[in-house]
Structure formats: structure tokens, C-alpha cells
Design a protein around this ligand. Structure first.
Ligand code: GDP
Ligand code: GDP
Length: 467
């Protein structure tokens, strides 16, 4: 039997999660815990997440039944959903358990089905098994309350459920939980691999983008100054010949496709097409895009297109108003109006007014980029997120639509860079309500300089063939 999950290493309490964010990139798979009341689900959840209390603070709208937790085992993270007391109405027990199982199945990547080995298989367990079989999601079967060797024989009887090997555990004492966790990891889908092509932990990657003549190459020259970095000096980095390493604020940064900025391609036909293709590629390869605008000119369709590309690529964003030396009182007034009108979609992006020609305020660029990257990589722990969602839903419920009122059941931040949230809901949320959630997320957690991605997973209402 493998060792018990240690109280401290088996799970990261939500508050500490930000510190090991690196291994949490990419969406985490979801495991739902299902079973009759009193089989020991909450005790097992506590065991897995390594905490005594799997109960969140008492916030209106947040009840124990809609709580998910961050868990990890052997360095792999997953989200644990305790369907514990999900249904609270007065319907029959069998129906409640069936609903709980269906809900879990529709939300989760795999299911942990907990049975009380001391009691053995009941009719209610059988009902859950039927639903689980139809769902075709991976199931791990936990035979709980196997506190000693004697009860292990009874656990073997659970092979009869036809769900494969029962894992004998004692949620109370920790016995067997290591083996169970190994089986859970095997059942969960692998995390999607890291995006390829760029080294991890190398210099941060910046794409300097904007229309011709806004001052990109002037800014680049000003920034690079005398401190252009010799590629060989930075160990372990591969530098594309079109890129450039530049030292700013004591750190080395990789500017993507500076060749495209420096050697200004001037083919007569198709030039614009290639320029925009080059911009898109640079944004894709970068972590943060710095959009350079000419303050003398109105924000143009082409600028908006670039902003759209940045948002779709999910990159951090900083907006530079260059040629500020040419801005007078009048122009200043109109710039403010244009920002209100044209940049509403990217209100969250830090803006820097500077003059590339003289270097005025160019020192403000690095702090703005740092801020944007910080927002881009912000992670909100599942506990804090659900407290936030519970409060938000209680204070501002979704409007009723066609007699129904979609509800956010709970949420989890699946990944950073850009921050991506999965909201588990009881029905499709309005776009306006999604925007409202995004706005409140920004108010509470920052997310300066980054797009936020909200994904909904709507609880599937399955037609019941049975009575
Ligand atoms: P839930 O309703 O499925 O969430 O069950 P709980 O976690 O609340 O547990 C129900 C009862 O079973 C509690 O009194 C627990 O202390 C007890 N229990 C849970 N796990 C074990 C176990 O492994 N062995 C024994 N002997 N009791 C357990
Ligand atoms: P790019 O096409 O975006 O790389 O733009 P350039 O850097 O080649 O600049 C286009 C023109 O704008 C050049 O004539 C620059 O001298 C001028 N320019 C660049 N930055 C500034 C600035 O801060 N103030 C003023 N007045 N002109 C600038």
C-alpha cells in the first residue's frame, strides 16, 4: 500500500497556490465525487485536499453543495467537485442521488464513486451505477470505511458493480488513499501540452506592433540604445534571426520580429497583406503586445484590427501614444474622446504617453509591461473565486429568461496567460451577464493589461428514460 497523502503536500490551500503557478498552466481536469449520503464523501475530499475542513466560509449563495477545490497529487493538479448535498429539495432519495450523479457527469472529466464497504451495495448505489455506465466517463470506485485488513474482503465484493477494481480506503485514517489517488490520476485526461516553439523561462517576449510611421523603429532604437545584447551572452536561448534581445530596466527582453520593423519592406503590391500577416505572427509568438499609436492621428480601423488580434490571441497588451511632443490642448481633448469611443474593449490595457524621438517617458514602458504581464499571469484560487462568485450571484442574480434563471453554480480558473475561467452554470448566461462578471473580476482581482476568457459549462439536462 502506498503512503498516505501528507496533510501539507497533497494539496495546496488556495491562498498559497499562486506560488507554484508554473506547474498549473493549462486547464486542470475536473473530478466529481459522487455517492450516497454518509458513505464518507466529505471525509474523503478532506483527505485528498489535505485539509480538515472542506467547508468554505458562510457567504450567502455559497453552500457546501456547490464547492470545488484545488487538489494535486504527484505534481498533477486537478479540480475536485464535491456533489455532497447538491439537491436540497424534498424529492425522494433515489432521485436526488441520480440527479447528483448526472450533474457530476455532465460537469466532470472523471467521476470518483464512493461506496460504503461496510454497508455493501444498496439499491441507490445500483441506480448511480446505471447512470455512470451510460455516461461513458472514466469512473474510479472507492470502497470506503475499510479501516483495517478485516474489512478488505468486503471491499472485494464491490467488483460486482461492474465498474472495475474497487479501491479499499479509509477516508478517516488515510489508509489506501495513495493508491486511490494514483488511480484517479490515471483516469483523468492528460493536461494539454505547453504551447511549442518558445522556450520556457527565457527572456519575456514583446511584440512591438502598429501601423507604418507611428514610430516603432524610432522607439526600438531609443530603447535599444547602446545596450543591445549579444545573443551568445544569454545562456540557453535561441534567438530567431528576425528577433532581437534588448536590455531594459536591468533585464533582457526578446523583441519579436524587429527585422520587420527595421527593414521596412516596400513591395508595391501585397505589402499591406504581408505586413498584417507579420504583425499577427509576431503577436502569436509574443507574451505581451505593445501597440504603438501616433498621437497626432485618429485611431484607425487598422489599429482596431490589431487590438482584435491581440485579444483573440489572448496576449497581454500595453498601448503607447507616441509623438506626444506633437500633442496640444486641443488634440488632447480629442484623444480622450477617441479613447472613450474606440478603446472601450481594451479599457484594461495600461497606456503610456511618450516621445520616442527624444526618449521622454520611454522609461514608463517597462513598468507598464510588467504590470500587464502580472495581470496576464494572475491566478485566483478556487476558494477565493467561489466566494467571489457566491457573493456576486447573491447580490446580482442573472435576469430571468423565458421563465428560467440561469445560475452560476461554481467556477474554477483553468489557466493563466491569459486568465481563463470555467463557469459551471445551470443554463446559458447572457453576454451582458458575462461582461458583468468580467468587470467584477477585474474590480476584485486586478487583471490589468490582460484579456479574460470566460467559458461556460452548462449543466446538461438529460431526458430521463426511466420513471
Ligand atoms: P458524506 O455524507 O458522504 O459526505 O459522508 P461524511 O464524510 O460526512 O461521513 C459520514 C460518516 O462516516 C462520518 O461520521 C464519518 O466520520 C464517517 N466516516 C467517513 N469515512 C470513514 C472511514 O473511512 N471509516 C469509518 N469508520 N468512518 C468513516
Ligand atoms: P515606424 O514605421 O512605425 O517604424 O515609424 P518610424 O520610427 O520610422 O517613424 C516614422 C516617422 O515618425 C519618422 O519620421 C520619425 O522621425 C517620426 N517620429 C517617430 N517618433 C516620433 C516622436 O516621438 N515625435 C515626433 N515628432 N516624431 C516621431
Amino acid at each position: 500500500m502506498t503512503g498516505l497523502p501528507d496533510e501539507h503536500s497533497a494539496a495546496q490551500p488556495a491562498e498559497f497556490e499562486a506560488f507554484d503557478g508554473d506547474e498549473h498552466v493549462g486547464p486542470t481536469p475536473v473530478l466529481a465525487v459522487v455517492g450516497r449520503p454518509n458513505v464518507g464523501k466529505s471525509t474523503l475530499v478532506n483527505r485528498i485536499i489535505g485539509r480538515r475542513e472542506a467547508v468554505v466560509e458562510d457567504v450567502p449563495g455559497v453552500t457546501r453543495d456547490r464547492v470545488s477545490y484545488d487538489a494535486d497529487w504527484n505534481g498533477r493538479a486537478f479540480t475536485l467537485v464535491d456533489t455532497g448535498g447538491w439537491s436540497s429539495d424534498a424529492r425522494g432519495m433515489a432521485q436526488r442521488i441520480a440527479e447528483q450523479a448526472e450533474l457530476a457527469i455532465s460537469l466532470a472529466d472523471a467521476v470518483l464513486f464512493v461506496v460504503d464497504a461496510k454497508v455493501g451495495i444498496t439499491d441507490e448505489d445500483e441506480a448511480v451505477v446505471r447512470i455512470l455506465r451510460q455516461a461513458k466517463k472514466p469512473v474510479v470506485l472507492a470502497a470506503n470505511k475499510v479501516d483495517d485488513l478485516r474489512t478488505e474482503a468486503e471491499a472485494a465484493g464491490l467488483w460486482n458493480l461492474g465498474l472495475g477494481e474497487p479501491f479499499p480506503v479509509s477516508a478517516l485514517h488515510g489508509r489506501g488513499s495513495g493508491d486511490l489517488l494514483d488511480a484517479i490520476l490515471a483516469a483523468l485526461p492528460e493536461l494539454p501540452p505547453m504551447p511549442e516553439g518558445e522556450e520556457i523561462g527565457g527572456p519575456r517576449r514583446i511584440a512591438l506592433v502598429g501601423r507604418p510611421n507611428v514610430g516603432k523603429s524610432s522607439l526600438l532604437n531609443k530603447l535599444a540604445g547602446e545596450t543591445r545584447v549579444v545573443v551568445d551572452n544569454v545562456a540557453g536561448t535561441t534567438v530567431d534571426p528576425v528577433d532581437e534581445l534588448i536590455e531594459l530596466g536591468g533585464r533582457t527582453w526578446k523583441f519579436i520580429d524587429t527585422a520587420g520593423i527595421r527593414k521596412r519592406v516596400k513591395e508595391a503590391s501585397g505589402h499591406e497583406y504581408y505586413a498584417s500577416l507579420r504583425t499577427t505572427t509576431a503577436i502569436d509568438r509574443a507574451e505581451v503586445a505593445v501597440l504603438v499609436l501616433d498621437s497626432e492621428q485618429s485611431i484607425a480601423e487598422q489599429d482596431i484590427r490589431i487590438l482584435q488580434t491581440v485579444r483573440e490571441a489572448g496576449r497581454a497588451l500595453v498601448i503607447v501614444f507616441n509623438k506626444w511632443d506633437l500633442v496640444d490642448e486641443d488634440r488632447r481633448y480629442y484623444i480622450e474622446r477617441e479613447i472613450e469611443r474606440e478603446l472601450v474593449q481594451v479599457k484594461w490595457a495600461p497606456r503610456v504617453n511618450l516621445t520616442a524621438r527624444t526618449g521622454w517617458h520611454t522609461d514608463r514602458l517597462v513598468p507598464a509591461i510588467d504590470k500587464a504581464l502580472e495581470g496576464w499571469e494572475t491566478r485566483v484560487g478556487t476558494g477565493a473565486l467561489n466566494t467571489f462568485l457566491g457573493r456576486l450571484v447573491a447580490e446580482h442574480p442573472h435576469p430571468v429568461r423565458g421563465g428560467k434563471q440561469p445560475k452560476v453554480l461554481f467556477g474554477t480558473q483553468a489557466s493563466t496567460a491569459p486568465p481563463t475561467f470555467i463557469l459551471f452554470t445551470s443554463g446559458k448566461l447572457d453576454a451582458a451577464y458575462e461582461r458583468f462578471i468580467e468587470r467584477r473580476l477585474r474590480e476584485d482581482f486586478g487583471f490589468v493589461g490582460t484579456p479574460i476568457v470566460l467559458q461556460q459549462r452548462v449543466r446538461e439536462k438529460r431526458k430521463r428514460g426511466r420513471s
